[in-house]
Design a protein around this ligand. Structure first.
Ligand code: CO
Length: 135
């Protein structure tokens, strides 16, 4: 079951300029910053209440976010829903005929477990489901 929106992902060419706008002009607090090698990104999470905005900058051009930027430019990249049991959620989505990008969870930011759903199964929006690491 999708419990809430965890974050909205925004693709950017580099982190620091958009980060300073969100932090200094919008007043959002930086919750976390991490290079996620497995996803080929540097990511920053900013708090918006219980939810987050996630800035994503590619580590190089030949990464999913690098290819996204080359094709579409910076902007809205994905929406992420929080679940408490990602394996069960993936099974349910698969059974419902949803097209998955990740058949198995992989490591996301803050040691979460994440999996992506293809935009063609989610209203044209790249969709992530995320199970946070145990606190
Ligand atoms: Co994300």
């Amino acid at each position: 079951m999708l419990e809430r929106i965890d974050h909205v992902g925004v693709a950017v060419a580099e982190i620091d300029a958009p980060l300073s706008v969100l932090r200094d002009a919008f007043g959002l607090a930086v919750a976390h910053r991490e290079v996620v090698e497995e996803q080929g990104v540097e990511a920053v999470l900013l708090d918006v209440g219980e939810n987050h905005v996630e800035l994503l900058a590619p580590l190089d051009e030949d990464t999913p976010v690098g290819r996204f930027l080359a094709k579409r430019g910076p902007g809205l990249h994905h929406i992420a829903y929080q679940v408490s049991d990602i394996a069960t959620e993936l099974d349910a989505l698969r059974s419902a005929g949803v097209r998955l990008i990740d058949e198995r969870p992989r490591v996301g930011i803050r040691n979460s477990r994440v999996a992506f759903v293809h935009p063609s199964s989610a209203g044209g929006v790249l969709t992530e489901i995320v199970q946070p690491a145990e606190q």
